[in-house]
Design a protein around this ligand. Structure first.
Ligand SMILES: [Zn+2]
Length: 341
């Protein structure tokens, strides 16, 4: 739980994943043969095996966030969005601007509803009508601690809920990072296993592309989260995976425009579930995709599977997931990898 909490609270928007890479490195140092960072910032931990088979585990380290775009003459900060953000979730968030001289606390402000016309009040306030207030009184003062291009993360909390549920920010995809770390600690196989913390997934699956090319694995698994269809406002037919029933073994995502998992990969994962008596759910989805999409189209094509942990309120600061599901995901993956020929 401590590691999950640490990963959730650590800041790391796309392109600024250094702190997450450091956590992965310190956790895995004693458990693997080699840890390296490539030129894009992916962290690659290698656990060597006797056979020539190579298995890649990919978990993206980046979270969605914001970036400083403009500082106005009164010292307010305008921002651009990094990754898929619904403007509704931005309103009145607490944020941290990671400046070169240190962290700067701020809040997202906007026009008060009191002075909005009634038609205006019904509309969603778009992100470019919002700004960050850091308490500065002038542009000059703001510029002492904030610069264009500084990454901005949401200030989140981490809570333990009943029923082994957890609540935190950036569960997409620190859950995947946690699964990757714990799986690499536990696997015992003849294959060489690479645990990769990938960069810039939320802005175009970039780190997965380059790291898969470098490693050229025989088999890869992307580890991520998926929408949970078990709360008001969602129907099971829209999101068939739910919290508490184990990992989602993805068959198809983004209506086939993402990944279409082969029969062989499906069998490796589902048979591991049956053998180990580990719950899993099958998922065919219309929206969203993962690093698996980039990996399976690398070189001549790499057989790739996707395991996702059902998570509520993805891409907000208050995502909810189940530690039981996370543990089952690790169990399933270890069982699958240990039995790869
Ligand atoms: Zn993700």
């Amino acid at each position: 739980m401590e590691l999950m909490k640490k990963l959730s609270l650590a800041p790391g928007i796309s392109g600024f994943e250094g702190e997450i890479a450091n956590i992965i490195e310190s956790e895995l140092n004693e458990h693997v043969d080699l840890i390296e960072e490539d030129s894009l910032g992916n962290i690659i931990a290698t656990k060597k095996g006797e056979s020539s088979t190579k298995v890649m585990l990919a978990a993206h380290m980046d979270e969605i966030g914001l970036m400083v775009k403009y500082i106005d003459k009164k010292g307010f900060i305008l921002f651009t969005k990094i990754g898929g953000i619904n403007d509704q979730m931005l309103m009145n968030q607490k944020v941290i601007i990671h400046g070169v001289k240190g962290d700067v606390f701020g809040v997202i402000g906007s026009k008060p509803p009191h002075i909005m016309k009634s038609a205006e009040r019904k509309k969603i306030v778009e992100y470019d009508k919002m700004f960050i207030d850091i308490g500065a009184l002038s542009k000059e003062e703001a510029e002492k601690s904030v610069s264009l291009g500084d990454p901005i993360t949401f200030k989140g909390d981490f809570e333990e809920f009943p029923n082994d549920l957890i609540m935190g920010k950036a569960l997409d995809n620190r859950i995947g990072c946690y699964v990757m770390i714990e799986t690499l600690k536990r696997v015992n196989t003849k294959a060489t296993v690479y645990g990769v913390g990938t960069v810039q997934e939320e802005v175009g699956l970039k780190g997965a592309k380059t790291s898969a090319f470098k490693l050229n694995p025989d088999l890869a698994f992307a580890l991520d989260v998926t929408v949970s269809g078990d709360h008001p406002g969602v129907e099971m037919k829209e999101a068939p995976a739910v919290i508490g029933k184990g990992p989602a073994v993805v068959l198809v995502d983004a209506g086939g425009r993402g990944i279409m998992v082969t029969e062989k990969i499906k069998k490796i994962l589902t048979e591991a579930g049956k053998r180990g008596n580990i719950d899993y759910q099958l998922e065919v989805s219309d929206g969203g995709t993962t690093d698996g999409t980039a990996i399976h189209l690398t070189r001549e094509g790499i057989p790739t599977g996707v395991l996702s942990v059902p998570t509520r309120y993805i891409h907000t600061t208050v995502s909810v997931a189940s530690m039981k599901d996370i543990k089952k995901t690790i169990d399933l993956l270890v069982e699958a990898i240990n039995n790869i020929e």
